[in-house]
Design a protein around this ligand. Structure first.
Ligand SMILES: CC(C)(COP(=O)(O)OP(=O)(O)OC[C@H]1O[C@@H](n2cnc3c(N)ncnc32)[C@H](O)[C@@H]1OP(=O)(O)O)[C@@H](O)C(=O)NCCC(=O)NCCS
Length: 183
């Protein structure tokens, strides 16, 4: 369990699956998250997806908890052990927790986990260019824009640019951005 100033990152449990299914069926959330085109998903499908993910011994999913509530999930994916890199991702499904620093706190914990506990050297992510809140959140943790895939995905009725961002371990620990990560 990783404890920050506002959130705790812990294992996803079966008790989270119902709320997680609500998040996965929130079309706006799915669209801004930039994943697959939104489609209805049953509890069973969501459960199965995360059960499969849990078998990945290198990647790691976390539930994000705040005020004793499950508010979203995040994780480290697609590890490349030779290159020392991995992808990170986050989604806060509970709108009450948007834009209040919860994402930044969760991301700091996740990044600290990736660097200090999993020994990655470089963490990266992709985000839709129009997702300003997410980009600002990632910047505040230290992620730097490295490139842009122009009109790369089909989003909400139009093609969307994808911004690629990354953060090096040395840069993360050299900045004060780590203050809540205990690194
Ligand atoms: C992206 C997400 C994790 C960010 O977490 P958060 O708790 O909302 O973000 P934070 O409060 O930590 O930081 C948000 C930043 O954007 C700014 N912001 C807040 N609301 C905003 C808005 N509507 N538009 C633009 N910027 C906004 C804040 O001022 C802050 O920037 P600052 O640090 O420069 O002041 C969360 O909003 C979320 O999960 N959203 C829905 C799904 C999603 O977008 N997932 C990411 C897919 S890549």
């Amino acid at each position: 369990m990783l404890v920050g100033k506002l959130v705790t990152l812990r294992a996803l449990t079966d008790a989270d699956m119902r709320r997680l299914t609500e998040f996965r069926n929130d079309a706006e959330l799915e669209l801004i998250g930039g994943g697959d085109p939104p489609r209805p998903r049953t509890l069973e499908v969501v459960r199965e997806f995360f059960a499969e993910r849990a078998k990945d011994t290198e990647g790691q999913n976390f539930a994000i908890e705040a005020d004793g509530k499950f508010i979203g999930d995040c994780g480290v994916f697609h590890p490349d052990r030779r290159g020392g890199t991995a992808e990170v991702g986050i989604g806060i499904g509970d709108r009450d927790y948007w834009g209040r620093g919860y994402g930044r706190d969760a991301m700091r914990l996740l990044v600290d986990y990736g660097f200090r506990l999993q020994n990655f050297r470089r963490l990266w992510l992709s985000v839709q260019a129009r997702n300003e809140r997410a980009i600002r959140c990632y910047r505040s943790v230290g992620f730097v824009e490295e490139g842009r895939l122009r009109e790369h995905v089909w989003g909400d009725g139009r093609y969307e640019d994808i911004v690629l961002m990354a953060l090096f371990r040395s840069d993360f620990y050299a900045t004060k951005a780590t203050s809540s990560a205990g690194g």
